[in-house]
Unconditional design. Structure first.
Length: 238
């Protein structure tokens, strides 16, 4: 599926690049779609309304929200490795660890990761599970699933991205235990503030503020994407 962008006069937006031989078309990664993500943001508006209606439903609410945020993304090991630099820390490297949800990966995330990288030689990024993000931000979050959020970070040449590394049997998210207790006791814990005045919530709110425009635009694109996945027979290279 190829999306053709046009200028206000209907001409090809990439005409000049094509003319000088600088245009290159890269095949899309199946399952990763801005149309799908915008659809999830719009659906989260309904989720907030349903949240009030589903009080007392227990796990039924979680099941409902998961069905609203279905994804076509197939996180094969081959695909993940393609975005990894496969490099480890040197014997005397200063390793810096930073964790977060990194939902709707944006400029604020980029800047804070840059700042973290400057504190050492090797940057290790931990990505919260979907369950953890939901417990911290609310049932309608995250807007992007764990593997999608991990892939977003990996594409920025991060040293190493990890997720789901805490034992499910020995850890309870409701336990009153500070996960940063050890680095704090060693005096190596740092709190970094993003220099960008942008957050996942602010990005989502900008889209929600213009939800009618996005709903009309997405209706046509979603139909096109649905046809693409129904007619797809295999994923090249996986």
């Amino acid at each position: 599926m190829v999306m053709i962008l046009a200028c206000f006069d209907g001409s090809d937006a990439y005409a000049l690049a094509k003319k000088v031989g600088r245009y290159k078309q890269i095949k899309r990664t199946e399952g990763v779609s801005s149309t799908d993500i915008v659809g999830r943001i719009l659906a989260s508006m309904e989720d907030k309304q349903v949240n009030g209606e589903c009080n007392g439903m227990g796990t039924n609410l979680e099941t409902h929200l998961k069905s609203k945020h279905a994804s076509n993304f197939l996180p094969t090991s081959r695909r993940i490795v393609q975005f990894s630099n496969a490099k480890g820390p040197g014997p005397n490297a200063r390793v810096v660890y930073i964790d977060g949800g990194f939902d709707l990966f944006h400029a604020g995330h980029v800047e804070i990761l840059k700042n973290a990288r400057q504190l050492g030689d090797f940057l290790l990024v931990g990505v919260y599970t979907d369950q953890t993000v939901s417990q911290q931000r609310g049932a309608h979050f995250p807007l992007m699933h764990l593997h999608e959020r991990s892939l977003s970070i990996t594409t920025f040449n991060i040293s190493l991205v990890v997720h789901g590394t805490v034992s499910e049997t020995n850890y309870s998210p409701n336990a009153m235990v500070d996960p940063y207790k050890v680095p704090k006791s060693m005096g190596i814990f740092r709190t970094l503030e993003s220099p960008k005045n942008i957050t996942t919530t602010s990005v989502a709110e900008r889209i929600k503020a213009n939800h009618e425009i996005y709903q009309k635009r997405n209706a046509k694109k979603e139909a096109s994407e649905k046809k693409f996945y129904e007619e797809r027979k295999y994923i090249s290279g996986d």
